[in-house]
Design a protein around this ligand. Structure first.
Ligand code: RM4
Ligand code: MN
Length: 392
């Protein structure tokens, strides 16, 4: 039997071990289709982005990896970039391909009716795999922006066939320890069909590819009111939940800070993760952020996001699983629901402060970062050059 004291140690250990991967693009300028706002001190190249990532890791102890986006994070020497990351105590996580910013892709990339364009999209992934080899990354992440705007514009089934062929070529080019992460999104940039609109379509392609192809669940990529934790439960069951792209949304793909719009949903998601024992690194679920900070300071927003994931995780870890199972088995509907709500309503901030202090970190990462002067330093130093941003 677990005593409360050992249970609490287990919770602390699990929290101390959890890692969250940061997106390099969260540190660059971003905006909406109406305006990209420029913020002072924003990185001018991938090296400076990684320096900012290292700050988030330094104050949270929980963000040791950064996802890159190619070609936004194009450099001459990826060995050097990986070494720079290592020197700062972080490593390169998923490599994201980019199929949405080239004129050739107006009618699609891997699903384009023209074989020349499809071959170009495949080749881009071969280049991304080279970046993986140079940086030690193990995850190739593919979000397919392809789709159509008008009924009849293209053959829906033919596009699926072209997609399957392109994915098979990419998958075959991966090394044995590489994974392919396939993301879905229900609308945008196209508005009639998307070629991978949902987890079912992503899963169908992953199953055809092989065991190292898994689904990425971006929390902002669902129709309003979709029960995301159900999808999480199902994908874990099937061993095909490869990663999350965490963010939050009020309306569409808002890419706001995770846990800002709906912390209860985040808790419900983490509850499925913890219930399935998928928090452990060996479970293969990569907890990534995919966010843009259009109007708020970016480094602090990333720190806040990491903390929000940690809070939801802590609450999920506090669910009394034994009592929950008993309540569920005996049909105690309100008792079972009450156990979840008890955990959700617990203030876990003191517990997380303790976990940080046990690791030699400040109890309040945001306050510690603010007091460090790094924000002022980069504003003073990063003058001239071109700030990183969408398309840069
Ligand atoms: C897409 C998708 C991808 C991300 C880009 C920046 O909407 O969510 O995961 O790489 O945005
Ligand atoms: Mn995403």
């Amino acid at each position: 039997m677990t005593t409360p004291a050992t249970a609490e140690n287990g919770v602390r250990d699990a929290l101390a071990a959890q890692t969250i991967e940061l997106p390099s693009w969260a540190f660059g300028n971003s905006g909406t289709r109406f305006k990209v706002f420029n913020q002072a001190g924003v990185p001018r190249d991938p090296y400076e982005k990684i320096a900012d990532v290292a700050q988030v890791h330094a104050y949270t102890g929980a963000a040791p990896r950064v996802s890159l986006h190619i070609p936004w994070d194009l450099v001459d020497d990826y060995d050097a970039l990986a070494a720079h990351a290592r020197d700062l105590g972080v490593s390169i996580g998923a490599i994201n391909s980019n199929l949405f910013q080239d004129d050739d892709y107006m009618l699609g990339s891997l699903t384009h009716p023209d074989a020349r364009v499809r071959a170009k999209a495949v080749k881009h992934h071969l280049d991304c795999i080279d970046v993986m080899r140079a940086t030690g990354s193990t995850d190739l992440k593919l979000w397919l922006p392809d789709g159509t705007n008008y009924p009849g514009q293209d053959d829906i089934r033919a596009r699926q066939d072209r997609l399957a062929d392109g994915l098979a070529e990419i998958y075959a080019a991966l090394d044995e320890h590489h994974r392919l992460l396939l993301e879905y999104k229900f609308f945008e940039p196209y508005f009639y069909t998307m070629d991978i609109p949902d987890w079912g379509t992503s899963l169908v392609h992953c199953l055809a590819l092989g065991e190292r192809a898994t689904v990425v669940l971006d929390t902002g990529h669902h129709a309003p009111n979709t029960n995301i934790e159900f999808i999480v439960a199902q994908l874990i069951r099937l061993g095909r939940l490869g990663a999350f792209d965490f963010n939050s949304r009020f309306y569409a793909d808002d890419d706001l800070m995770v846990g800002a719009a709906d912390p209860f949903q985040l808790f419900r998601i983490m509850n499925e993760i913890v219930g399935a024992d998928a928090l452990r690194a060996e479970s293969g679920v990569n907890f990534m952020l995919d966010q843009c900070h259009n109007i708020e300071p970016k480094i602090q927003a990333q720190i806040r996001s990491v903390m929000n994931v940690q809070e939801a995780t802590a609450k999920a870890l506090l669910v009394d699983r034994e009592a929950l199972r008993a309540a569920q088995t005996s049909g105690d509907v309100l008792g079972a629901n009450g156990l979840l709500m008890d955990a959700y309503n617990t203030d876990v901030r003191p517990l997380l402060a303790q976990v940080r202090q046990d690791q030699g970190l400040a109890a309040d990462p945001i306050a510690a970062y603010r007091a460090s002067g790094y924000g002022e330093k980069i504003i003073a130093e990063r003058v001239g050059g071109t700030q990183a941003g969408w398309g840069a």
